[in-house]
Design a protein around this ligand. Structure first.
Ligand SMILES: Cc1cc2nc3c(=O)[nH]c(=O)nc-3n(C[C@H](O)[C@H](O)[C@H](O)COP(=O)(O)O)c2cc1C
Length: 189
């Protein structure tokens, strides 16, 4: 029995590498995941990571869904996922969640997290943000979601892009409730 299972939703923002590293960290920490992608995500994944990435994630997932699978288990609060990570999150999906919409499975599963008071973490990739987006993101945050801009940190001295991304993804995963190692700031030398 895995220690925790989360729903990893990948949407059509740039930054498919965030999902790639999330899969690696989830699996290497002995946890488990359901994978959910949107049509836009599948295009961006292929553009940014090539044609093999999605298949590799799917083989490691306990279940695989697309945005059309509105009857999937994660559409219900009875489904035993401990939290949901949207990485990368498009603005489109974030705005839909902020508006309470549930027009596809990503949106429905996100609304389930909010109503069930379970962790919903969005690694949002967009910059700059318009005032309308900032207002809606504040509302989404007040509803319980964690808005985590795809804005990596540098205090662990990352050398590769993978290391840079890992720091942020590990913190996002920890916020979904997974027990994963995170680079810790040790204070000044
Ligand atoms: C190559 C590419 C990169 C994109 N990058 C972003 C991005 O960084 N942030 C964003 O909010 N949307 C981005 N988009 C637009 C989204 O894919 C688009 O809004 C889509 O409707 C999102 O749908 P989804 O949320 O269902 O995945 C990008 C689109 C493409 C084709």
């Amino acid at each position: 029995m895995p220690s925790s299972r989360i729903l990893l939703a990948v949407t059509g923002a740039s930054g498919a590498i965030y999902a790639d590293r999330a899969v690696k960290i989830i699996r290497s920490s002995g946890n488990d995941f359901f994978l959910l992608t949107t049509a836009a995500a599948r295009k961006v994944i292929s553009l940014e990571l090539g044609n093999d990435a999605l298949g590799s994630w799917e083989r490691q997932a306990s279940a695989v869904f697309t945005e059309h699978d509105i009857d999937a288990c994660v559409a219900s609060g009875s489904c035993p996922v401990t939290g949901m990570l949207v990485a990368p999150s498009s603005l489109d999906t974030a705005m839909a969640l902020a508006s309470g919409l549930a027009s596809n499975l990503v949106q429905r599963a996100g609304q389930v997290m909010l109503k069930e008071r379970r962790p919903l973490v969005l690694v949002l990739r967009e910059s700059p943000l318009a005032s309308i987006h900032l207002r809606r993101l504040a509302e989404l945050s007040e509803s319980g979601a964690v808005i985590m801009p795809a804005s990596p940190f540098f205090y662990h001295s990352p050398v590769t892009i993978g290391e840079l991304v890992d720091g942020l993804v590990a913190r996002a995963l920890r916020m979904t409730g997974l027990d994963v190692p995170v680079p810790e700031w040790q204070g000044p030398e």
